[in-house]
Write a protein that binds this ligand. Sequence first.
Ligand SMILES: [Zn+2]
Length: 304
Amino acid sequence: MVSGKPLPLARPGIDRAAHHRLDEAWLAAAWSHPSTWVLVVSGGQVLVEDTPDGRTELVLVPSFDAPVTEKHRYFLGTDEQGVSYFALQKDALPGRMDDAARPAGLREVGGLLSERDAGLMVHAVALENWQRMHRFCSRCGERTMIAAAGHVRRCSACGAEHYPRTDPAVIMLVTDDQDRALLGRQVHWPEGRFSTLAGFVEPGESIEQAVVREVFEEAGVQVGEVSYVASQPWPFPSSLMLGFMARATSSEIRVDGEEIHEARWFSREDYRRAIATGDILPPTGISIAARLIELWYGEPLPRG
Ligand SMILES: [Zn+2]
């Protein structure tokens, strides 16, 4: 694991207990059990609250507080005490009597939550994204129905079963023979935001091939050796980020101008100085990009 710390969205949560997903009697009993907790999710957001001691927690409600039709209920798993957790998809987040609770998305709180809460939220948000966008059968066009406690959609017309989709994407820190790092600025990023290159894996392609192709397409740099570092789910809406270190075999940069506006080679000293002077912005947020850069930099990144 990069820097010995788990990535924000790839922390161990609870046991997904997938063997219960087809057991309707077990699911009904779990849903109505008084110890069961429910996470309401709507449009990628959930309710969170900040505790007096400075932590951020999910707002979980008992299942009897959460009237439900089964088509919007996803089983998330069980914890070591045997407590069951469900997500409930709604058109809007519920109001609360107190105002400590606030709506939040994964980008905002994914790095603040406990391991259990981060695991629950990333699972619930990923399922919701998929459910919302796969209401019709990709084989015959008819409406699909939720099955397997939210982890399958089944077509009532042709019988096809559709499983949650995950799109692999590669994200890579490229270094050269002087151990400089290649960082780029995407067309839509603000001035000064430089980070690792990234892109989607194409059909019929290995992830290593995708790293080589994306670096050449975006920055015109040839890559030789590629080594895998770590992954994290990235449900915006349905990606899995696969992190790599890659070694360049050429140094001339030719950006594509479509995805990457500008790219530069940074020595560690260049990088430290550029952040200190405000020439570039330090990486923020929950992306694996910051960890890849930190792995190259060799110590916690300067904060500007
Ligand atoms: Zn069908």
